[in-house]
Design a protein around this ligand. Structure first.
Ligand code: SF4
Length: 292
């Protein structure tokens, strides 16, 4: 191993995570550390933005630049970072409540802009940090503190939404398979454009329905399906629909589309810092005087 080779250890921090033992979020953290190391990214080249929830702690435990923001707001921060310095590798992460509840508007707009970021949604079908309430991806009939008689609504279908919106990379992973999750994270980070990875990350403490065993029994691996060669978003959508979206793998990847910063800036240069932000009030007055 050369001295300069980046390893997972470069993305570790001293503080131990406080997630419950067995929480799927540990695998997401390990897979992400492995993915960026495999891509030989340096910690100072990576920014991870998170929202609120157990998932939000990811940025505290990942040894890169990070921003732990407000509920549902990991995407606005990530998009701002990428536009300000698109040489950085920018990753946003959050939970199903964070991203598909309060953050839903940001999700749709980030996809239509094709901002060159990776968005990892740690989907455990429940609100974990607040001790177990029905979330946007909980199944109809799901019983929790907030829906003791069972959820009345159909769940959000994030993969359908992403495909219908024309997201340029759509994938799904499972915390019970760290190898496949790592491969998917690597592909998502390498993709130029918006990459959604819905990552099933079981909440072992509060969700006794969507457990590791439940997912292992139901999930279908797309890489084992020889007939899976979708030529369009709609073909991909129809295919995964027959499995009720319980699939893992890269569902659709669209190459060659311009990323948002290329659309608005054209060149690949980092935009200059606004001089107004760097000078004193007196200097500003002097600068403006020719026009007054
Ligand atoms: Fe993980 Fe659930 Fe514990 Fe939160 S409450 S750390 S999601 S197992």
């Amino acid at each position: 191993m050369s001295q300069t080779e980046v390893t997972m250890k470069d993305f570790r921090v001293e503080e131990r995570p406080t997630w419950c033992p067995g929480c799927g979020d540990y695998t997401v953290l390990a897979a992400l550390q492995k993915a960026v190391a495999n891509l030989q990214l340096k910690p100072e080249e990576v920014v991870l933005s998170t929202g609120i929830g157990c998932s939000g702690k990811l940025s505290q435990h990942f040894g890169s630049y990070g921003f732990h923001g407000l509920h549902g707001r990991s995407l606005p921060i990530a998009q701002g970072v990428k536009i300000a310095n698109h040489k950085l590798t920018v990753i946003a992460a959050g939970g199903d409540g964070d991203g598909y509840g309060i953050g839903m508007g940001h999700f749709i707009h980030a996809m239509r802009r094709n901002v060159d970021i990776t968005y990892i949604v740690m989907d455990n079908n429940i609100y974990g940090l607040t001790t177990g309430q029905t979330s946007p991806t909980s199944a109809k009939g799901f019983k929790s503190k907030t829906t003791p008689a069972g959820a009345a609504e159909d769940p959000i279908r994030p993969l359908h939404l992403a495909l219908a919106q024309g997201a340029s990379f759509v994938a799904q992973a499972f915390s019970g398979d760290v190898k496949e999750m790592t491969e998917i994270f690597e592909a998502a980070i390498k993709h130029k454009g918006f990459a959604l990875v819905n990552a099933f990350s079981p909440c072992v403490t509060f969700n006794k329905i969507n457990t590791y065993d439940w997912f292992k029994e139901k999930l279908v691996k797309l890489k084992d399906k020889e007939d899976y060669k979708p030529k369009s978003h709609i073909e991909a959508l129809r295919y995964i629909d027959q499995y009720a979206s319980l699939v893992t793998g890269i569902i659709y990847r669209q190459e060659g589309r311009k990323a948002y910063h290329e659309e608005i800036m054209g060149a690949s240069e980092i935009p200059p810092v606004d001089a107004d932000l760097m000078i004193s009030e007196e200097e500003k007055i002097k600068l403006l005087s020719p026009y007054q």
